[in-house]
Design a protein around this ligand. Sequence first.
Ligand SMILES: [Zn+2]
Length: 404
Amino acid sequence: MDDKELQPSSSEPELITKVGSLQELLERASGVRAVVDTELGDAGLAESIPFPFLALVGQKQMKLSLVLSLLNPNLAGVLLIGPRGTGKTTAVRSLVDLLPEVKRSLCYYGCLEEDVEAGGIDAVCPECAKKYGQGDPLSRMEKVRLIELPLNATLEDVVGGLDPRAPANSRMRLKRGILSRADRNLLYVDEVNLLNDQIVDAILDAAAQGQYTVRRGAVSATYRSQFTLIGSMNPEEGNLRPQIMDRFGLRVLVQGLEDKDERLEAYRRSRAYRENRRAFSAQYAPSTRLFREEIQASRENLSKVKLSDQVAKIGLKLIEKLELDSLRAEITLFEAARAYAAADGREEVTSQDLRVVAPLALRLRRSTYIDKYIADQSTETELLEVAVNELIPPQETEEDQQNG
Ligand SMILES: [Zn+2]
């Protein structure tokens, strides 16, 4: 590596203006060179500017799985498995720029115009019923949000419960929970392996069905809850029950970048982002906009994508060979392959699509894989400790010396 490469590139990034397919964009955008430019200044909105998805270096499997989950809600989410510091959270946060704006309720109870259209005027709160009658909007268009589930959330926080603010005989006695607020948003559950099983079950049920029902005595309500679910876990901090693991559509092992050039480029970009989020993000804005449009178009095309019996049989054979019992194995394999074909602008799944998505859809479907993975991780931790202790012994403090 020569010295020149250590300096941030001064050339313009290769802006992408035309694209053949979403996959091509994903491939090409990762190669966009970051330009460090601190002259544009920052207007103070830095906190709200995520790291651009297209500026993420490497991590192809993680990026592919996240994009597939945006394209196909039938995938029931993605689980990112890996140690800290591998960019999982950065990648998840960057997804908010890849989805179109969504309709957002203006009311505490989350009433929307389509609630009236679907369930009549009684489906919304009295205040919204009045507004609707007067022709006033119940909602406005807003950017997709990232809802992060706090680790200390209770089941009631997650699904909702009785609302102490509502009068006892009111229709709206139930308060919406996090799952309802996640509707049309991204729901990120970090450290999912440390959450209570009941809560994880509730989240996965809602993710699979796109809605959920809460019953509290005589009161019940059904909430729309269509969200893109992303879980992450560090297996060193605890296991995830195989039954829970199996319910996530795609599973990705996220490891640190191995390639030196990639590591350097990742460092450059993260420094450029930290120094001026606005300017850095602006470089990727045109490509991000194109990518968002591609994702929107692919989402709309998904329903047209067909899976022939011939290709389905190949998939089933693969599952048989791997001795996977879970029915979710084939559902996820086929749904992921359909999303992949849609991303490529095709209406027919090929066996090559299965080939690409199989590692994401079929990994960790057997508990033995999980056990082995955890075991490998602890072996590595031991190796590390030995190597570090050998080469960099801990510094003795004065106290140690006195005691020793
Ligand atoms: Zn309302």
